[in-house]
Design a protein around this ligand. Structure first.
Ligand code: SF4
Length: 246
């Protein structure tokens, strides 16, 4: 149920923009002036039928930001990918709430929602954004055919929130992706606590060896660029469940 062939097949990772709908503490991406890709250029490629000359046809497209919901040419891009039958996995923090996501629900196949905190007050303090209750409502009411994953970047400050995010994920039958940086100073018991999730159905734990300090933790690029990407990580978690523990 949890590992699908879309986790292991060929994929393209498209970071559309560094603009973002939330303002995570310590992040400077959202205030960068230039979008990562030019909306104008992408629109031209699509309109002239040249998009797939520049980007490969793969079975999966990971659409990412910042927040890709802020990318002007997003509707044209999603329409094109959908018309080619490409599986669209959409990575977003949904800082502008449910309204913007409702507009793309019928185009994307899977949403990976970045959730730094599962609590309205903590979420507001960390992101400067008041959308938590909107997000929670959207999660419970969204289109049931949409596959859903919750992703959190775990740090020594947020490790205690993992059970709450996991509970939320379980309640909506979403997968739960936990990434954490090996560069942080971890206590042994904190790491043990994180790794416990590796053996829980539907959860995946991915240590990130190196992450550029200014990159967005919502996008585990090192994982997505590895040979098997999401699928390998998921599979290794599932296999651990089969290995008898002594
Ligand atoms: S860390 Fe990522 S999700 Fe958070 S504000 Fe920066 S770009 Fe947005």
């Amino acid at each position: 149920m949890w590992l699908t062939h879309h986790d292991v097949v060929s994929r393209t990772n498209l970071v559309l923009t560094t603009h973002c709908s939330i303002r995570c503490l310590g992040c400077r991406w959202w205030e960068l002036d230039a979008p990562h890709l030019s909306s104008h250029h992408l629109t031209q490629l699509i309109q002239t039928g040249q998009f797939f000359d520049e980007y490969p046809i793969t079975q999966v497209y990971n659409i990412m930001g910042g927040d890709p919901l802020l990318f002007e040419a997003l509707p044209a891009l999603l329409t094109l990918l959908k018309s080619e039958g490409i599986y669209i996995r959409f990575w977003t923090p949904i800082g502008y709430g449910e309204e913007s996501l409702r507009q793309i629900e019928s185009y994307v196949d899977e949403v990976v929602l970045y959730l730094p905190y599962p609590d309205a007050n903590e979420y507001r303090t960390y992101t400067g954004c008041d959308a938590y209750l909107d997000i929670e409502r959207w999660l419970t009411e969204s289109n049931q055919s949409l596959r859903m994953s919750l992703h959190t970047w775990c740090t020594p400050l947020t490790v205690g929130w993992l059970p709450d995010i996991h509970e939320l994920a379980r309640g909506i039958q979403a997968r739960f992706l936990i990434t954490y940086g090996l560069a942080h100073e971890w206590h042994r018991d904190e790491l043990d606590f994180i790794h416990r999730y590796q053996s829980i159905k539907g959860c995946m734990v991915v240590p990130i060896r190196r992450r550029h300090r200014q990159s967005c933790p919502a996008i585990p690029m090192a994982m997505l660029q590895s040979d098997w990407g999401l699928g390998w990580q998921w599979l290794s978690g599932v296999m651990k469940e089969w290995i008898p523990r002594v």
